[in-house]
Every structure is written in structure tokens, then in C-alpha cells.
Design a protein around this ligand. Structure first.
Ligand code: PLP
Length: 295
């Protein structure tokens, strides 16, 4: 999607006492070159990002995204982002999102230019793709080996597994492999047989009437959509929880979804070729909730 708006942020240190950060933002032409060729984000994927869904001009779950940006920065040894500065950048960007319909605001924080003075940070706005059909008709998934064990994230923190880094080439390759296998998307599993997440979404299973998702114990991202949906389900009187789920949980489930900030809730119609029933009414209610203004 063509970008509608972009601004570069001069990152403040986390103890900056200012309350107005407008003069740290520089609006740029989103179609013109803007980054230095020395950028470590482009050379090494060395940086982090967030994708925030926007509905009718309202940025969804901004705080949860900012907290995850800070979490990713900690894992990657990047300077802590000034969350109020980023919140104001999101507000400025949201002014340029479509007034009606869906958009996406991306926040990017890079380690910056090699030997340069500071990290580089920018925000973009685009219209979102139309995900109506996938929310209604669902997606077929295949399980793919993520190539590490359930205890790897704790043993090897330098793999940055719980951070939303800019290095998404592996995630994109997994989606291409899923398509080669006749599916629409993938669900990563550990090499010792536990369920993780999709390349760009969290997995939710319904097992015996309870909604469960793999515990974000370092190996996966903690999805803001899953968090928000679980809070909503709890409010509606449902039971939810985190668990270390063996791959057998995929066959124990009587309904399953991939959830993420822009596509929202996509019901899974098949896992590795086995049909998964779709609870169409519940899925529609999930997406109604996810499309309502959420802070
Ligand atoms: N897991 C991965 C690897 C992702 O890339 C994403 C979103 O892009 C998610 C989970 C879902 O996160 P969220 O609901 O915050 O979009």
C-alpha cells in the first residue's frame, strides 16, 4: 500500500521532562528517499517496529504497542524509547490515516547509522488491505518447525526471540512455504513439539470451552490483539489462559484463530489438511469488538 504520511522523530532520552514533543517531529515526503545508506536497519535489520491498526482514524491499543516497543528495545539493548514522545507521534500520524475504514501506523526504531550519533526513528501511515473476506471465510494453516526448542529463548537471549525486530525475512519465508504447501499461513512449532505463533499473528485455541494461547515466555511476541481479546472474553464471562501447548493441542481444539492488529481475527479452517470447524457467529463478534475503538 502506498504510504499516506511519514514523519521522522528525533528520539528523546527516556528522562526528557518536556510535555510537548512536536518540535522533535519532521514531516517528510513518504514517496521520497529519506534514509542514509549507512542505516543499520537496512544493512542488518537491526531495529524494532510496531504495526498499529487504525479504525476510522482511531489508533487501536496504542499503549500496549508502546509498551511492547519498549520491551523489544530492552531485549535489543536499544536506548529506552520516550513513550510520551512516541504517543504524540502516533497521535500526529493518526490525523493522516483514512477517516473512514482501516489503516496502519508503523513505528520504526533503528539502531541508526553506523558510528552515527543517535538511533533513527520514524512513523508511517498507510491504508490497510481489505481483510473482510479472510475474517469471514478464514485461512488454512500448516505447522512449520521454527528450528529451536521450547527452552532455547531462555538459554540464548541473543537470538532476540521475544522482540519484534525488523528481521522478518524468516517470517516472510515461512508464509511463502505455507503457500507452497497449499495453505494461506503458517503456525510455528518448536522442534520439540510445542506450539508457538504464526509469522505475523498470535494463535488462540478453544479447548473444552476455554480460550488458550501459547505463553509468551520469551520465544514469541505477546500479541496486543490477543491481550485485548482475552480481556474482552473475560468480561463476557469466558475462561482464558496461557499455557505451554504441545502440538496435540491443535487437534484437541474445536475452534482456532490467528489474531493480529491489522488482519484482526481470522478463523482457521484447516490445520495441516485437517478441517477445523469455524464458529462463524463468535468470529464475527470478535471482529466487531476488535473494530470498535480500543485504547
Ligand atoms: N506474533 C508475531 C510474530 C507478529 O508479527 C505479530 C504481529 O505482527 C503478532 C504475533 C500479533 O501481534 P499484534 O496482535 O500485536 O499485532
Amino acid at each position: 500500500m502506498a504510504l499516506l504520511f511519514a514523519l521522522v522523530i528525533d528520539p528523546a532520552t527516556s528522562d526528557d521532562p518536556r510535555s510537548d514533543f512536536a518540535d522533535t517531529f519532521r514531516v517528510i515526503d513518504p514517496s521520497a528517499p529519506a534514509l542514509s545508506v549507512g542505516e543499520l536497519s537496512t544493512q542488518r535489520g537491526d531495529g524494532i517496529f510496531e504495526s498499529i491498526g487504525v479504525v476510522d482514524g482511531h489508533a487501536q491499543e496504542t499503549q500496549a504497542h508502546l509498551e511492547r516497543l519498549a520491551h523489544s528495545a530492552r531485549i535489543c539493548d536499544l536506548a529506552a524509547p520516550h513513550l510520551e514522545q512516541w504517543r504524540q507521534a502516533v497521535d500526529a500520524a493518526a490525523q493522516h490515516a483514512p477517516r473512514h475504514g482501516e489503516g496502519v501506523i508503523k513505528l520504526i526504531l533503528s539502531r541508526g547509522v553506523e558510528h552515527g550519533p543517535a538511533p533513527t526513528a520514524w512513523v508511517t501511515v498507510a491504508a490497510a488491505a481489505d481483510n473482510t473476506a479472510v475474517r469471514e471465510h478464514g485461512i488454512r494453516v500448516v505447522t512449520l518447525d521454527r528450528g529451536y526448542g521450547i527452552d532455547t529463548p531462555a538459554k540464548a537471549p541473543w537470538l532476540l526471540l521475544g522482540a519484534k525486530t525488523l528481521s522478518y525475512a524468516v517470517n516472510m519465508a515461512a508464509i511463502r512455504e505455507a503457500k507452497r504447501r497449499g495453505a494461506d499461513d503458517a503456525v510455528f512449532v518448536t522442534s520439540d513439539g510445542f506450539v508457538l505463533e504464526a509469522p505475523t499473528a498470535s494463535l488462540i485455541l478453544r479447548i473444552d470451552g476455554r480460550f488458550v494461547t501459547p505463553a509468551p515466555n520469551g520465544g514469541i511476541l505477546h500479541g496486543t490483539t490477543q491481550l485485548s481479546l482475552f480481556a474482552h472474553l473475560e468480561e463476557e464471562g469466558h475462561d482464558t489462559g496461557y499455557a505451554t501447548l504441545p502440538t496435540s493441542a491443535l487437534t484437541d481444539a474445536d475452534a482456532a484463530w490467528l489474531v493480529s492488529s491489522v488482519r484482526l481475527a481470522a478463523p482457521i479452517t484447516a490445520i495441516d489438511g485437517s478441517v477445523m470447524p469455524v464458529d462463524a457467529e463468535l468470529t464475527a463478534s470478535f471482529n466487531r469488538y476488535l473494530l470498535s475503538p480500543r485504547d
